[in-house]
Design a protein around this ligand. Structure first.
Ligand SMILES: Cc1cc2nc3c(=O)[nH]c(=O)nc-3n(C[C@H](O)[C@H](O)[C@H](O)COP(=O)(O)OP(=O)(O)OC[C@H]3O[C@@H](n4cnc5c(N)ncnc54)[C@H](O)[C@@H]3O)c2cc1C
Length: 432
């Protein structure tokens, strides 16, 4: 039986492992940290007993590879699928504006839903609708050099259109400021979200922690098929003979019983094992990143009615309502991330009071999670660096949300990259 060594147990590594195991290719998965899941995991908060995420993850109906993955590992029922897009926006003066397509067939329902979205003037709604209608004819490649902000301005989108609509979508999907991300990436995802029927833009929210929804069941899928999994084992070096990886040195020993290797590690970890540029050029792994700030807050009394809210023109972008506790998300949070716990609590609790009327005295406890290198920034420089699954070594393949998936750094990107690497492994093995 052919064997693939997979390095990195995030969603890219796990999805490649599951995909290969399903094809009866033996997998040996090693992960440097003491847990699987990488940047998407959950853990039990000891004081409350609640299982909380390292950061709230929001999925979309257009996460096609992710949906296949959760069906395969048997966790589809652990996700709440919106029937169609529904977002409750809130403004500084506590006014709520709902964006929800009408029952009419797609795309009429979406366009009418936009017309009903009362955070915008009629003129602004028409500008947004016009931009969406133009999407099938918009060639994203032309806009690689332009920022999302400049593109939206060029498309006659007013400041209010940008603040009350586009910014929420762009900052959430790209985890970058509008002035930093390339319009190419934004146009590409807008096409996927808005041109694939009403399901594509509907939100999907895990009902349980990320480890229960993705990680543990994937690990179990691999274990029952007798694959080898190792935690706290770090790849240090790869020895090459005749353009092939033959030995992988880890901090636990040497591994040489494999035919192929998938490196599913983040770009910044990659450069450490690639000093002589023998796997890919090192400058392709040097991608700038952006942070995400998460606060979990336990309330004495929770009066929030909706499962989540999007904040218009705030440093806080989303609030998710988990009943016993709420979770706030600030994407592209580099300006906040170095602040102290007290400062951050003060900033976030002020926003919660201003937008949702949550009195700071109603907050019994909070927990802050800073993910400093949450995702790469999809600017022109980074987009041009993203490597494909193939490397200079014929039996070594890459996976990870930073590789060239055509998507931003997301769960869908990570899973798609894992599946792509698995297909390359199968192709290589069948050529032997
Ligand atoms: C706070 C936060 C919120 C997010 N929100 C969303 C969201 O709402 N929607 C969405 O779609 N995406 C979201 N994302 C992005 C998503 O989590 C990532 O894109 C995805 O998890 C990346 O998976 P990966 O496998 O590519 O990388 P990683 O998860 O980083 O996995 C790589 C693994 O490799 C291991 N590793 C590194 N070096 C070595 C080595 N030398 N040897 C062995 N192992 C090694 C690491 O320990 C890690 O476990 C969010 C990310 C964060 C951090």
């Amino acid at each position: 039986m052919k064997k693939c060594l997979i390095v990195g147990g995030g969603l890219a590594g796990l999805s490649s492992a599951v995909s290969l195991a399903k094809q009866n290719i033996n997998v040996h998965l090693i992960e440097a940290s003491p847990k699987f899941g990488g940047r998407a995991y959950s853990f039990v908060d000891e004081k409350s007993g609640n299982e909380i995420d390292n950061g709230q993850h929001l999925l979309l109906g257009c996460y096609y590879e992710t949906i296949k993955f959760i069906k395969l590992i048997g966790t589809e029922n652990l996700f709440r699928f919106q029937k169609q897009l529904e977002i409750n926006f809130v403004t500084r003066d506590k006014i709520k504006h709902q964006l929800k397509p009408t029952e009419l067939p797609y795309p009429l329902g979406l366009l009418l839903g936009l017309l009903n979205y009362d955070a915008l003037s009629i003129a602004d709604k028409i500008k947004i609708i016009f931009l969406i209608v133009q999407l099938p004819f918009t060639q994203s490649e032309k806009y690689l050099n332009i920022s999302v902000e400049d593109w939206l301005i060029e498309q006659s989108q007013s400041r209010n259109c940008i603040k009350s609509f586009w910014e929420i979508i762009a900052v959430g999907a790209l985890n970058s400021k509008l002035k930093d991300a390339s319009a190419k990436m934004f146009i590409d995802i807008l096409k996927v979200i808005f041109l694939n029927g009403s399901d594509a833009s509907a939100m999907i929210i895990p009902k349980v922690g990320l480890s229960k929804a993705f990680v543990d069941p994937a690990v179990n899928f691999l274990k029952v098929r007798k694959n080898e999994l190792s935690l706290s084992e770090k790849l240090l070096e790869i020895s090459v003979t005749q353009n092939k990886a033959v030995v992988v040195e880890t901090d636990k020993g040497s591994i040489n019983d494999f035919d192929t290797v998938i490196l599913a590690i983040p770009s910044y970890a990659f450069s450490r094992i690639n000093e002589k540029n023998f796997i890919i050029e090192n400058d392709r792994t040097d991608l700038s990143t952006s942070s995400i700030l998460t606060l979990h807050l336990w309330l004495k009394e929770n009066k929030l009615k909706k499962p989540f809210y999007a904040f218009i023109d705030s440093r806080l972008h989303w609030v998710f309502n988990h009943g016993e506790y709420i979770t706030t998300v600030t994407s592209s949070a580099d300006e906040l991330i170095e602040k102290s716990q007290e400062e951050l609590f003060s900033i976030i609790s002020t926003e919660l009071f201003t937008y949702l009327g949550i009195n700071p005295e109603n907050i019994s406890r909070y927990k802050i999670i800073k993910e400093k290198r949450a995702t790469f920034i999809p600017n022109k420089e980074n987009l041009l660096k993203r490597p494909s699954a193939n490397t200079k070594l014929e039996n070594v393949f890459l996976a990870g949300d930073w590789t060239n998936t055509g998507l931003p750094a997301t769960i869908e990107g990570a899973i798609k990259s894992g599946n792509t690497a698995a297909k390359e492994v199968q192709k290589y093995i069948s050529s032997l």
